[in-house]
Design a protein around this ligand. Structure first.
Ligand code: BG6
Length: 475
């Protein structure tokens, strides 16, 4: 049985500025935190260097050169039938250091040109204000989001871009995967979310909540401000949603899974409901945490609830109360689920988990959802005739789209759209690799730094084109 999606469904694709643009020092751009991240691999962590070092390779410096190729890339998005395109604004193109008063006009002009190009094809820009790209200067001078002053810098930056693009951009999101920093023991996650390495603090988890509070206040302020700039704006939050399954029907496993889910929900609860949930307040009390808040913060959070919940969905994790597993990174604390296969990078492949995720989130908030990332990172091979037959990617996406459509048609979830991740090949966030590819569009660029940057259509390009034109019905 096939399920058709609503006529106004926002089909598209997603990337982030630092993973595609390159041009890291062009057009007056300042250094951002991802400009000091080395390459890595599935077995080797990316290194956060102190400034730029001569002997280190930084894949985000060139990325896939969207900075110079965006017209060609957008024409390909249009050919696939995109209705929207999600990317971020690189904060450092607008404010190279982050604490200036006056924006960099050249950076603003770049995004004018980008948005104009999208609108020429009736493709709606969906813009993330902060996707792991804060100015490096704010980290060095202020300690990143540990300093409350950064709220004002972020609000100022957001105000400038929301005013500038108020007639070009309607869909916004504040912080990408704000909840990644809940994995505060892994430096990359904390650093990319907020420029903070939590292990450097005596009480890393308490600091993580403090930093998150600053971001939640900043987000709420920007939501209120954005609605005043243009009442038609739709401003969402964004969480990385990896649902936790209990390993068994043992009640202890079930309750452990509930507790693990709270680690995600604390972020979306504050964004969507405007106040801290009871389980968070109890946790802080139990652990003796003291999160500094200003008297006006409660009111700010209440007045800045987000209009929709954006989320990424790649996988599920499975947890067992008496075995916290040996996995690291995104699967840390979990055990193997015998019903689910994993990708070459160890990410579980669970299409039904997407329907589950949508149900859980919609039942919790009763506000529109937007799947702003989903996809299959895989090795691609270019055949002698130039074809890239990525049937594994088509299989992954087809199964996920089917479950997504079911959640809309059968469960009645209100879903705004679907933007698969890395629609154009880009640099991996967790490993800094080029070889972990997600795209419908292949980019000839490799981990040894070689490549022509030439673009070509993969087999999945044609699959997605049909999925969009039939509004999901071919599935
Ligand atoms: C999300 C991020 O965590 O997952 C993206 O928002 C990221 O920036 C994507 O690229 C996929 O992760 P990876 O490590 O495979 O690139």
């Amino acid at each position: 049985m096939s399920y058709k999606l609503p006529d106004d469904f926002l089909w598209g694709g997603a990337v982030a500025a630092h993973q595609v643009e390159g041009g890291y020092n062009l057009g007056g751009k300042g250094l951002s935190i991802c400009d000091v991240l080395s390459g890595g691999s599935v077995d080797q962590d990316r290194v956060i260097t102190d400034g730029i070092q001569d002997d280190v390779y930084y894949p985000n410096h060139e990325a896939t050169d969207f900075y110079h190729h965006f017209k060609e890339d957008i024409a390909l998005f249009a050919e696939m039938g995109f209705k929207c395109f999600r990317t971020s604004i690189a904060w450092t193109r607008i404010f190279p250091n982050g604490d200036e008063q006056e924006p960099n006009e050249e950076g603003l002009k770049f995004y004018d040109a980008l948005f104009d190009e999208l609108l020429k094809y009736n493709i709606e820009p969906v813009i993330t204000l902060s996707h792991f790209e804060m100015p490096y200067h704010l980290v060095k001078e202020y300690g990143g989001w540990a300093d409350r002053k950064v709220i004002d810098f972020f609000v100022h930056y957001s105000e400038v871009v929301m005013k500038r693009y108020k007639n070009k951009v309607k869909y916004w999101m504040t912080f990408n995967e704000i909840n990644n920093q809940a994995k505060y023991a892994y430096p990359l996650f904390g650093y990319c979310c907020s420029g903070v390495i939590f292990n450097n603090y005596e009480k890393p988890e308490e600091m993580m909540y403090q930093v998150s509070h600053h971001q939640l206040v900043a987000s709420a302020k920007v939501v209120k401000l954005g609605h005043a700039i243009n009442a038609d704006f739709k401003i969402g939050c964004m969480i990385g949603f990896i649902p936790y399954y209990p390993f068994s029907c043992n009640p202890d496993d079930m309750m452990y899974a509930v507790e693990k889910m709270h680690k995600h929900f604390i972020f979306s609860d504050v964004h969507m409901r405007g106040e801290y949930p009871s389980y968070a307040l109890k946790e802080w009390e139990r652990k003796g945490y003291n999160i500094a808040m200003e008297p006006e913060d409660a009111q700010i959070l209440k007045e800045g609830c987000t209009d929709y919940l954006g989320f990424s969905y790649y996988m599920t994790n499975t947890v067992k109360a008496d075995d916290q597993g040996t996995n690291t990174g995104l699967t840390s604390g979990s055990v193997t689920n015998p019903h689910i296969k994993v990708s070459d990078w160890g990410w579980s492949i669970d299409p039904v988990g997407l329907r589950y995720a949508m149900n859980v989130l919609y039942e919790r908030y009763q506000k529109p959802l937007f799947i702003v990332e989903n996809g299959f990172g895989a090795y691609d091979t270019v055949e002698a005739n130039g074809e890239i037959n990525d049937d594994y990617r088509i299989g992954y996406l087809q199964a996920h789209v089917e479950q997504m459509a079911k959640a809309v048609a059968v469960d009645g979830v209100d879903l705004m759209g679907y933007t698969p991740w890395g629609c154009l090949d880009c640099v991996s966030f967790t490993t800094g690799e080029y070889r972990k590819r997600y795209g419908f569009i292949y980019v000839d660029k490799h981990d040894d730094g070689t490549g022509t940057m030439a673009r070509s259509r993969k087999k999945s390009f044609y699959w997605y084109q049909q999925a969009i034109s039939s509004n999901g019905e071919i599935i």
